[in-house]
Design a protein around this ligand. Structure first.
Ligand code: F6R
Length: 245
């Protein structure tokens, strides 16, 4: 694993955007795996700036998002489709039909997951997967205890994630209790993985995930087994990374 230390959220975002830009420049028709949440917003903002300057072209890029709440429509401002459109897709020249997010409105979980797995395999797999890290070590919505060998599946969110996500909803009752998520098996099949982390509250889980035992109790710990992971963080989030002797 490669670790890139940065001084701030802004610098972390610039480095992550650089890694994504390099991928898009080297392979204009690449498949990018994308995440939502607070962490990647700065990365998307930076990519939009470079696109506006004429330095990046997304016209041939395909994107596959990690997850979506079950039951939320693309127009719901708390859905991950809405998030991606407003924070990224609407501001670049990507073709909307080449952007993929699980279908939150598909009530049949088996069908929703099967359809999403087919989209991923039809694209030929993911070239670069961008990941944030949950406070309990989740990646996508693969919560502690998730089997490492799963593809897209429907999950029940843990209390801790429901609580963390409730900051985006008017009340706790409105936070969806289930989601469709890309599985760990699919994430691990991405050719490259870029994990972004910022803030002191992530320091302990960064240490547990990347320097602790590999266990389903800390889903992100499986990333230690991937051969091309880059961890990009600000100094607070990387403050507990053990020093190399
Ligand atoms: C979202 C996702 C989640 C987040 C994680 C961290 O698509 O996959 O695993 O990456 O919950 O969220 P933030 O960035 O808000 O700390």
């Amino acid at each position: 694993m490669k670790i890139i230390y940065t001084d701030s959220y802004y610098q972390m975002s610039r480095v992550a955007a650089n890694l994504i830009s390099a991928q898009v420049i080297m392979k204009p028709n690449c498949v990018l795996g994308l995440a939502t949440g607070s962490t990647p917003i700065g990365t998307y903002t930076q990519l939009i700036r470079w696109y506006e300057k004429g330095d990046l072209d997304f016209s041939q890029v395909t994107t596959i998002n990690l997850d979506e709440y079950k039951g939320l429509s693309p127009e719901n401002d708390q859905s991950y489709r809405y998030f991606m459109n407003t924070h990224f897709f609407n501001s670049i020249n990507i073709r909307p039909e080449q952007t993929h997010v699980p279908d939150g409105l598909e009530p049949d979980s088996v069908k929703a997951c099967h359809d999403y797995n087919k989209i991923i395999s039809d694209c030929g797999g993911i070239d670069l997967q961008l990941l944030g890290l949950g406070l309990n070590g989740h990646i996508g919505f693969n919560e502690p205890g998730s089997a490492f060998e799963k593809e897209t599946h429907c999950i029940d969110l843990t209390e801790s994630t429901i609580r963390a996500n409730s900051r985006f909803f008017a009340s706790m009752d409105l936070v969806p209790k289930q989601a469709y998520t890309m599985g760990i098996k699919t994430i691990m099949q991405a050719k490259k993985i870029v994990v972004i982390v910022n803030g002191a509250e992530k320091a302990q889980i960064v240490r547990d995930a990347f320097f602790g035992p590999i266990t389903p109790k800390v889903p992100a710990s499986v990333l230690q087994l991937h051969n091309d992971v880059t961890l990009v963080g600000d100094k607070e989030a990387l403050s507990l990374v053990p020093e190399v002797e």
